[in-house]
Design a protein around this ligand. Structure first.
Ligand code: 4AD
Ligand code: MG
Length: 493
């Protein structure tokens, strides 16, 4: 056998990292061990003696104690905020408060220096706006450490939930030729030259010359392909990035966001709602079981933030209290028609507090959705059976001729978190609706085939992942729960 092969005894670096113990684990161990190796970044260094070391495994720092006189001046000078260190030492019971154990250093190596005068993060509170400008470093703060560990757990819980239920994880394409939502908010994908694109006889840009031989865009949703999977595997889900070129500069919209889209054969609207509700509860429970340290930190952070707000703007519940409440209570379920009646009868409407008008047929604005969940029901609400004119072509038409079997889940503090529906499985009804909405049957021939060959009642929904992370972390701006947000006029990092 030729070629290079791996010889552990010669792989110095491999051995070095292999021996490392994560701070999260060290903090659970009992005192007395010698030769403990940790690696991480300096958060603070006090009195030339106490290092607060963080390695990202937990928000808690390990206190490292340097015996006076044991390390030379030059080494001590290099222990600056965010310098990367390798420390070997003995784990002892801590003298200070706040931790059970601390590490008495016997060896210390500076792996990477950090020029403290140039380092933008100081051991003090920075505004979230400022941290957004240094998103490449903000993971090193307590807040973003907690947010991104919780985000990770939620992503893991999502796969666990569906895997346990026997759903197949389907990877749907990122580049597509269709507009699944029919909303036209797409980013084009092309390799044609801007300055002089090829044109056809009519003078239009000739996409036959483009890379894919047709006009393509980044996907807005994996649903249509998801339906193809569901009508063979029974139950599938997607979990991938989606893109929307809507010019909405709000705290709830991203141009690139992650969406989870389960799609299930042999499900009607009610089955769909039941699945969505148990899914949301499951992933919240998973975070509560696995990330309590981080959630407690975020709970306190939110409480501090809210102290700055006038009393009427504060949330009625703390973060953990809210999450427990959601787990312990059924979501409210109402129809769109009932929702409009509640709004029309509300003091807010009567006192003309809503900026946008309320009447049957409107696409509810976020002020309306938030009134329903935050003021009226004070819990998550599932609204169903929306007017067909404000919903996508694929939703199943109800017998009243006016509404479709759609459902949205609205969450306190967020608004719409889930959008879904039972799908129109009847070929004639579906093609009629597509004609009415000027959606090309030729382009979606493959989608319509599922209705031609063994069509079944089926349903699905999409959960906006970042909106879910907002809900669980208590953060208020969607830019703070995705690592590198893409929003209008902003794609740094
Ligand atoms: O309601 P939407 O547009 O539904 C769909 O795309 C369907 N194809 C889903 C399905 O039935 N399979 O989007 C679903 C969810 C919304 O409820 C919201 O949580 C999130 O995706 N979302 C966004 N999140 C962040 N930024 C945006 N610009 C978003 N647009 C939608
Ligand atoms: Mg929607």
């Amino acid at each position: 056998m030729g070629g290079p092969h791996f010889v552990p005894s010669q792989a110095k670096n491999w051995l070095m990292f292999n021996k490392r113990i994560k701070i999260k684990e060290i903090l659970l161990q009992s005192p007395g061990q010698k030769g403990v190796v940790v690696m991480g970044w300096v958060r603070t260094f006090r009195n030339n003696q106490f290092i607060a070391l963080n390695d990202g495994s937990t928000n808690l720092n390990l206190q490292v104690v340097l015996e006076l006189g044991k390390f030379d001046e030059n080494t001590l000078k290099r222990i600056t905020t965010s310098a990367a260190l390798k420390i070997t030492g003995e784990l002892v019971a801590s003298q200070g408060k706040g931790q059970a154990v601390e590490l008495i250093a016997t060896e210390l190596e500076v792996l990477g220096d950090s020029d403290a005068s140039a380092y933008p993060l100081q051991p003090k509170k920075h505004s979230l706006e400022f941290l957004r400008e240094i998103a490449h470093l903000r993971f090193r703060t307590n807040t973003f450490g907690a947010v991104f560990r919780v985000r990770h757990s939620l992503a893991f819980a999502i796969h666990k939930f569906f895997h346990e239920k026997g759903f197949l994880y389907l990877h749907t394409p990122i580049v597509t030729a269709s507009d699944a939502e029919g909303a036209g908010e797409m980013f084009r994908v092309t390799t044609l030259p801007f300055d002089n694109p090829p044109r056809n006889e009519k003078g239009e840009i000739d996409f036959k010359e483009d890379f894919f031989g047709r006009s393509t865009n980044l996907t807005v949703s994996g649903q249509l392909e998801g339906e193809l999977g569901a009508t063979a595997f029974g139950e599938i889900y997607t979990f991938g990035p989606t893109f929307r070129a809507e010019n909405s500069n709000t705290t709830r919209h991203l141009a690139e966001f992650w969406m989870i889209e389960p799609e299930m054969a042999f499900h009607d609207l009610e089955d769909n709602m039941n699945l969505a509700e148990s899914f949301i509860k499951y992933i919240i429970q998973f975070a509560m079981d696995n990330n309590m340290d981080d959630l407690q930190f975020l709970d306190q952070r939110l409480a501090e933030e809210e102290k700055q707000l006038p009393t009427d703007k504060r949330s009625p519940m703390g973060l953990l209290e809210k999450l427990r409440f959601v787990l312990d209570n059924d979501f409210e379920r109402i129809t769109y028609t009932e929702a409009i009646d509640i709004l029309l009868n509300s003091p807010a409407y009567k006192k003309k507090k809503f900026q946008y008008d309320v009447k049957w047929g409107i696409d509810m604005q976020s002020e309306h959705e938030r009134y329903l969940v935050e003021k009226h029901f004070k819990k998550p609400v599932i609204v169903s059976n929306y007017p067909k004119d404000i919903k996508a072509f694929y939703m199943r038409q109800n017998d009243d001729g006016k509404t479709v079997a759609a459902m949205d889940i609205l969450a306190p503090g967020i608004g719409e978190i889930v959008g879904g529906s039972q799908r129109e499985e009847r070929l004639d009804r579906l093609t009629q609706r597509m004609k009415d909405m000027h959606i090309s049957e030729e382009e979606l021939w493959w989608y319509l085939d599922t209705r031609r060959f063994g069509t079944v009642p089926h349903a699905g929904f999409g959960l906006g992942f970042e909106r879910m992370v907002l809900f669980v972390t208590g953060m208020t701006n969607i830019r703070d729960v995705i690592a590198f947000p893409r929003t209008p006029k902003s794609a740094e990092f």
